[in-house]
Design a protein around this ligand. Structure first.
Ligand SMILES: CC(C)(COP(=O)(O)OP(=O)(O)OC[C@H]1O[C@@H](n2cnc3c(N)ncnc32)[C@H](O)[C@@H]1OP(=O)(O)O)[C@@H](O)C(=O)NCCC(=O)NCCS
Length: 172
């Protein structure tokens, strides 16, 4: 079977929550005291929350699978970043994560392109992404698709406040 990408459904809520918690921990877990991390994961990646988002028509989530086992995911929807110039109709890439052993082989690009196509399904529009200020690999990745830094904000994980960059791509 190999790798494949498919749109996730509410039936994938448990798989998605488990994978999202695992990939977030792998990528950023070392930045936070365990108590803050566990509280954040329990709230942000709760199965019930995943089920609601998966059933919502304004959001879309995709799973990257290897032989039917989820190893990555992307999430997209309306822009919720704290900027006064975000307009209704603007889109946001909300998550893009692959398990470590599957990174750097082109599948993150394919997953991202799937999300971009969906975000622009009704035509070009302004797109946004929030990215950790020290995630240089991801910043390079998004820059290749034309996303530019336009601001910053603080992202709370428990008591910790992360410095995040806000990236934007104008319609083209
Ligand atoms: C970012 C990510 C989705 C890219 O997917 P991928 O399949 O690894 O990437 P591709 O093979 O398509 O492209 C390679 C590029 O991805 C980026 N990348 C690769 N590994 C990365 C990592 N561990 N963390 C962040 N970016 C990474 C780099 O820009 C790389 O190109 P370069 O180093 O030659 O400049 C994936 O690496 C990942 O899940 N990283 C960890 C989670 C993360 O940082 N997500 C972004 C949160 S905003």
């Amino acid at each position: 079977m190999g790798y494949g990408i498919r749109r996730a459904t509410p039936e994938d809520a448990e798989v998605l929550s488990a994978l999202a918690a695992r990939t977030f921990t792998e990528t950023f877990g070392h930045l936070y005291p365990d108590e803050d991390l566990q509280g954040f994961l329990a709230e942000s990646y709760a199965v019930e929350r995943s089920r609601i988002v998966l059933a919502h028509p304004d959001y879309a989530i995709w799973l990257l699978e290897l032989d039917g086992v989820a190893v990555g995911h992307a999430a997209a929807g309306p822009c919720g970043l704290p900027r006064e110039d975000v307009r209704p109709g603007d889109g946001e890439l909300k998550r893009l994560y692959l398990l470590k052993q599957h990174q750097n082989s082109g599948w993150g690009s394919r997953l991202f392109e799937t999300a971009l196509q969906w975000l622009e399904r009704d035509g070009p529009r302004t797109l946004w992404i929030g990215v950790w200020s020290e995630n240089f690999g991801a910043q390079r990745f998004y820059a290749r698709y034309g996303f530019e830094k336009v601001g910053e904000y603080e992202f709370p994980v428990g008591r910790i406040r992360d410095r995040e960059f806000i990236l934007r791509r104008q319609p083209r």
